[in-house]
Write a protein of this length. Structure first.
Lengths: 122, 254, 135
């Protein structure tokens, strides 16, 4: 029972999980609807709503950049935390190696998203 | 008892038996038990022990859902045997097993050493914020202050919430729902001053972050305690302690 | 499983625990929405990358979104996100500190309903903003 005397570092990942989960609950459905259904089919929103100049301008604005970063990164941190625990539930113990693997994927996606957003310029 | 159960109704009680001195592993043994509508599963087991098979072992005491001794898996759900009635199994058969996630000592008796050791660690008693002499009178509390912790004080240590918690089954180091409900009961009490000390356990690797909010613990509690709420409120508090220690001189709760 | 203890307490295996109770099956299903949240994050990540690569690459990504496979996939994603939203707010009364309003504790159903209402409001605001910016 050593684990009862060691402070857990889980708050960091639990915080990201909670923030991403809340974001996905509040804005996930409408974002999926807009980018995956409404714009491709041209219903409610015009089919050219996500045209190149418009989206480039959106991603170059600091606010647009920030929103895109938060959505991609937090969704991924939320999902990988949950997947880590689901694997634990299925018998793959959430030890250090599994934590590195799952949170590593989330970190990698965060870095790639940052890189793409930086490449878009301001 | 045999004389009073003569209305012709019979239920088949299948009991998971385990006798450590002779069995390699547990097995199901069925008993046909005559019953009346007012008989609980516990009374069914007592009938078996008195009339059919004296070797059957199970714990019980009060027969009225206050001692917390007769928790067992009844048709796969953690329940108190005294609070579950034989009439509620219309199929005419009911399966009874020892509480899930605990080692079986014998038949329906589980080993609860782990729970008791953890219970001691959280100091489940009021450690006064300020010492008062008898002459100074009682520690007063408003109804609102009572309301914050009252439901958590209803816990009877029956362990149904542990049998409902897969995270305890998967990692027995987890302090678990019942202990957290009791920890919260004392931490949330306005008269208590030892919250910081108890939060070290809540925020430890054996603490609240093992919980994945399954929520079944609160569904099965026979005393309407909400252990899931105790665990999850303390996730927020433990996370606060974790981050605040970097910016406050006191170091969060410590 | 038997332990080395001379009293030979028997430890039952956990394998397949979630199939033993419908409550646990539902739990595993709502936890699995994380797979779809991750999938959508990856779709968006690829979109960001294409956006950074230039107009031709971006238009290729938009074209891919119009394919029947993508449309069906996003229909599934939408269902998964909606289920995530519902289960997220359903458990919320258990995960947050008691909410006192007008001297009384707010009922669990009210908290869940407020969460779903918040999602509806957020969805409408985003749709109206997107509509206003693109029409």
């Amino acid at each position: 029972m050593k684990s009862i005397t060691r402070r857990s570092n889980a708050p960091v990942f639990w915080g990201l999980f909670g923030a991403g989960g809340m974001l996905a609950a509040l804005f996930g459905p409408v974002l999926v609807f807009i980018t995956g259904i409404a714009v491709p089919l041209g219903i409610i929103l015009p089919a050219d709503a996500m045209s190149w100049p418009r989206m480039q301008a959106f991603a170059q604005h600091w606010a647009g950049k920030g929103l895109l970063f938060l959505v991609v990164a937090l969704f991924m941190w939320h999902a990988m935390h949950r997947i880590l625990h689901s694997l634990h539930d299925l018998g793959v113990r959430a030890g250090t190696a599994m934590q590195f693997a799952c949170y590593g994927v989330a970190l990698l996606v965060t870095i790639l998203a940052t890189w793409a957003l930086m490449a878009l310029g301001f | 008892m045999a004389e009073t159960t003569g209305n012709g109704k019979v239920v088949r009680i299948e009991v998971l038996r385990y006798r450590p001195e002779q069995d390699e592993e547990p097995f199901l043994q069925g008993y046909d038990v005559p019953f009346t509508d007012d008989m609980s599963v516990l009374q069914g087991l007592q009938y078996i022990k008195d009339w059919l098979d004296g070797t059957l072992s199970f714990r019980w005491s009060c027969r009225m859902a206050i001692c917390g001794s007769c928790g067992m898996m009844i048709d796969g759900e953690p329940r108190l045997a005294c609070k579950t009635f034989l009439r509620d199994f219309p199929a005419g058969t009911v399966r009874v097993e020892a509480l899930a996630h605990f080692p079986i000592e014998r038949d329906l008796v589980i080993r609860m050493d782990d729970f008791l050791a953890k219970l001691e660690r959280i100091k489940p008693y009021i450690i006064p914020k300020e010492a008062r002499t008898l002459a100074q009178g009682e520690y007063l509390q408003t109804p609102a202050e009572l309301d914050v912790y009252e439901q958590f004080s209803s816990c009877i240590n029956c362990l149904l919430c542990y049998a409902a918690c897969p995270q305890y089954g998967l990692n027995p180091e987890f302090v678990g729902p019942g202990i957290m409900a009791l920890l919260h009961r004392y931490n949330a009490d306005s008269r208590d001053g030892a919250a910081a000390e108890r939060m070290e356990i809540a925020g430890s690797e054996a603490g609240v972050f093992n919980c994945t909010a399954v929520g079944y613990c609160s569904e099965v509690c026979p005393k309407h305690v909400d252990p899931a709420n105790a665990v999850n409120q303390n996730k927020t508090r433990a996370a606060g302690d974790y981050f605040l220690r970097f910016i406050t001189p006191k170091g969060g709760a410590r | 499983m038997n332990t080395s203890d001379p009293r030979r307490p028997y430890v039952r295996p956990m394998a397949g625990w979630w199939r033993r109770n419908p409550f646990f099956v539902e739990y595993m299903v709502h936890e699995a929405t994380a797979l779809f949240v991750a999938a959508y994050a990856l779709v968006l990540l690829v979109g960001l990358r294409r956006l950074a690569q230039g107009e031709a690459a971006w238009n290729g990504w938009l074209e891919a979104l119009r394919s029947p496979v993508s449309l069906v996939f996003h229909g599934v994603l939408l269902a998964a996100f909606a289920y995530h939203c519902w289960t997220w707010f359903r458990i919320m009364p258990r995960t947050m500190p008691p909410l006192i309003f007008g001297g009384k504790r707010v009922a669990p159903g009210v908290i869940t309903a407020c969460g779903v209402a918040a999602t509806t409001a957020c969805s409408l605001v985003v749709l109206i903003l997107a509509w206003g910016a693109t029409r």
